[in-house]
Write a protein that binds this ligand. Structure first.
Ligand code: PLP
Length: 401
């Protein structure tokens, strides 16, 4: 059957990170040994006390629908988390729980965009932002950045991207794919631009907030510009911090009118997130946070090893990320080189395919994140895998002429 896609869906690409995972699974099923650096999730299990919270919730009968904005206990736990960890003051009515942060970002666009409304998406960007804008009739306006600015959006680039049709700026700190973490001064400069354009709302995706390295510190834009709270949606979730990607619990905080609109969206789509997963999220947020600190320390060790080993490979140049669990090296030095079969590596996509075929290493091309001539590698994997993968990449590249 030839399925006729809607005009909106026909514009949308499959998520490259989800496609990469499917490709790795298929190659492994066919018997190939693949070292996977595409992972967008912690490689360890959800902490035992949180799993127990989920099991207890089932035993206690949390097996029914909840309110569409989420269980009162979880909304209270999220408000307490914002106050404790982010110094942000939200009441429970300012908060909604969703089926992952992704679901809330999508619903926020669905609830606010009209045909042709623009959303500023700084590049490099998480692969889903532009497609979620397109699916909701909006126009993604990609705002460039450069390696020289640490891949961060400048006030000038933001100002240049704003038009009367701009509805949202979406900011992601710490950033997927670059690991960039915005400083107070950088956020101040961006917020100063937003202050001059009252039609532009700010969506701030802080899902990697707990993974910051060295001297870097996570700040929400609302920490430096609290007066923007009336037009800001803070998006976060338990997926990354507590290794709970499969539980599908995200949350967002914002003005009551927007939270009501998101609740309406949920009521006519997903109804509510899984009740037992919400109960487990209460345990995650209210419980001990040593598990989060331990995960961050582990990621930092792996990050150091990966950056060091990548920089030993001729043709690859990798800056140290300040956070998240990805590195985003330049492979400009490999472009134009020839594979043993005589193919020229003309793009980062070619490098990605070459690494998969000749090194058995899966990575994602930077073009998918809006930044050609780069690769995204996840270090949410063991040091052994990092060492083996980098060694395989290095020896495959020695065969290039
Ligand atoms: N935002 C960013 C920047 C991400 O990288 C991801 C997942 O990869 C998400 C949001 C989605 O998280 P969730 O599992 O809560 O839907």
């Amino acid at each position: 059957m030839n399925t006729q896609l809607s005009i909106r869906l026909a514009k949308v690409k499959p998520s490259p990170s989800i496609a990469a995972k499917a490709q790795v699974d298929a190659l492994r099923a066919a018997g190939r040994k693949i070292i996977d650096f595409t992972l967008g999730e912690p490689d360890f299990a959800t902490p035992a006390h949180i799993v127990q919270g989920g099991l207890d919730a089932l035993a206690q009968g949390h097996t029914r629908y909840t309110g569409s904005a989420g269980m009162p206990a979880l909304r209270r736990a999220i408000a307490a988390k914002f106050a404790r960890e982010n110094r942000l003051c939200f009441a429970a009515e300012n908060i909604i729980v969703g089926v992952g942060a992704k679901n809330l970002i999508f619903n926020a666009f669905a609830a606010t965009l009209n045909e042709g409304d623009e959303v500023i998406v700084p590049a490099p960007f998480w692969v889903s932002y532009p497609d979620m804008v397109l699916m909701n009739g909006g126009t993604p306006v990609i705002a460039p950045s450069s390696a020289a600015s640490g891949f961060k959006l400048s006030a000038e680039a933001l100002e240049a991207a704003i038009t009367p049709r701009t509805r949202w700026l979406i900011l992601n700190t710490p950033n997927n794919p670059t690991g960039a973490v915005y400083t107070a001064d950088e956020l101040q400069a961006l917020c100063a631009v937003l202050r001059r354009h009252p039609q532009v709302w700010l969506m701030t995706d802080e899902i990697y907030e707990h993974f910051v390295f060295g001297q870097a510190q996570h700040l929400s834009p609302l920490n430096v510009a609290p007066e923007l709270a009336e037009r800001t949606l803070v998006v976060n979730g338990v997926s990354k911090a507590y290794a709970m990607t499969g539980w599908r619990i995200g949350y967002a905080a914002g003005p009551v009118s927007l939270i009501k609109a998101l609740t309406l969206m949920a009521s006519q789509t997903t109804t509510c997130p899984s009740a037992m997963a919400q109960a487990a999220a209460v345990v995650a947020l209210d419980g001990e946070q040593d598990c989060v600190r331990a995960a961050c320390a582990l990621f930092e060790t792996r990050c150091d090893r990966m950056v060091q080993l990548l920089n030993e490979i001729p043709g690859i140049a990798c800056a140290w990320p300040d956070g998240a669990f990805y590195v985003f090296p330049s492979v400009a030095g490999l472009l134009g080189r020839k594979t043993p079969a005589g193919h020229v590596l003309a793009s980062d996509m070619d490098v990605t395919l070459f690494l998969l075929d000749h090194a058995g290493v899966a990575v994602i091309d930077g073009s998918s994140y809006g930044m050609p001539a780069h690769l995204r590698l996840s270090f949410a994997t063991s040091v052994d895998q990092i060492e083996a993968g980098c060694a395989a990449m290095r020896s495959a590249m020695q065969a290039l002429s």
